[in-house]
Design a protein around this ligand. Structure first.
Ligand SMILES: CC/C=C\CCC/C=C/C(=O)SCCNC(=O)CCNC(=O)[C@H](O)C(C)(C)COP(=O)(O)OP(=O)(O)OC[C@H]1O[C@@H](n2cnc3c(N)ncnc32)[C@H](O)[C@@H]1OP(=O)(O)O
Length: 203
């Protein structure tokens, strides 16, 4: 685990000033990761040890349960703040987690929630002191593992298959949409400025 960061989201340098075929391959890999994690038969618990913006929030939402560290960390789909948009499967995953209305506000504002706010809206299920996040996740795992596997897995599939099938049937179209969007000059400029702002914040 990296201290203070669960995931900084997608590595923007993977789709900034890249060739279309590289961007396609990057997005295909992300689809694979998401489909495998969201559709996993295993119990998956995210121990969110720190910041979890955008793609990091997506990965956490793809799990069955989320424990987040208390502290000055944030989680959410902040894409609009970068001048980009969350694709339909990010949106559907968030709707399945926190409901339609909260998702609508959250996405349009690019809202990043504190751990307490995230717990209040159900974006995370539990908050714990940073040094106990893994311990809390392990305790929760014990509960989930007591449920008969076949019943838990079939229930999970009933809840998640609609989104999995929808994305699976639209993968090519979704890759095309991503690459043609991020390759636009205006989007490349926004991404460049955002990367610059991250570097400036540091110095
Ligand atoms: C049709 C569909 C179209 C588009 C869909 C696209 C969906 C996109 C999803 C995404 O996930 S986009 C990425 C969103 N992520 C962010 O906005 C997070 C940005 N990062 C931060 O806010 C912070 O880095 C932090 C995670 C809060 C950690 O802060 P800290 O102070 O600890 O680190 P620092 O900011 O100094 O960063 C270190 C280093 O890393 C670079 N960096 C950070 N995040 C990213 C990133 N997501 N991609 C690429 N690079 C990143 C940062 O510039 C620093 O670089 P340096 O060491 O070379 O200066």
């Amino acid at each position: 685990m990296v201290p203070n960061i669960f995931s900084a989201g997608l590595d923007i340098t993977e789709f900034y000033q890249k060739k279309p075929e590289e961007t396609d391959a990057f997005w295909r890999t992300l689809q694979d990761v998401f489909l495998r994690l969201y559709g996993s038969k295993l119990v998956t618990i995210a121990a969110i040890s720190g910041h979890s913006p955008a793609g990091g929030c997506l990965l956490a939402m793809a799990c069955d349960y989320r424990v987040m560290a208390t502290g000055k960390y944030t989680i959410g789909l902040n894409e609009t703040l970068l001048g980009i948009i969350a694709p339909f499967w990010f949106i559907e995953t968030m709707k399945n987690t926190i409901g339609h209305r909260e998702t609508e506000k959250s996405l349009q504002l690019g809202k990043l929630y504190s751990p307490e706010q995230a717990e209040n809206i159900g974006l995370v299920d539990q908050i714990c002191p940073p040094d106990d996040v893994l311990g809390c996740a392990r305790k929760e795992m014990v509960k989930w593992l007591k449920i008969p596997d076949h019943a838990r897995i079939l229930t999970k599939q009933l809840m998640r298959n609609e989104l999995i099938n929808n994305l699976s049937s639209k993968r090519k179209e979704d890759i095309y949409n991503f690459t043609s969007f991020v390759q636009k000059d205006s989007i490349q400029r926004s991404l460049g400025l955002y990367l610059e702002s991250l570097k400036k914040k540091k110095s």
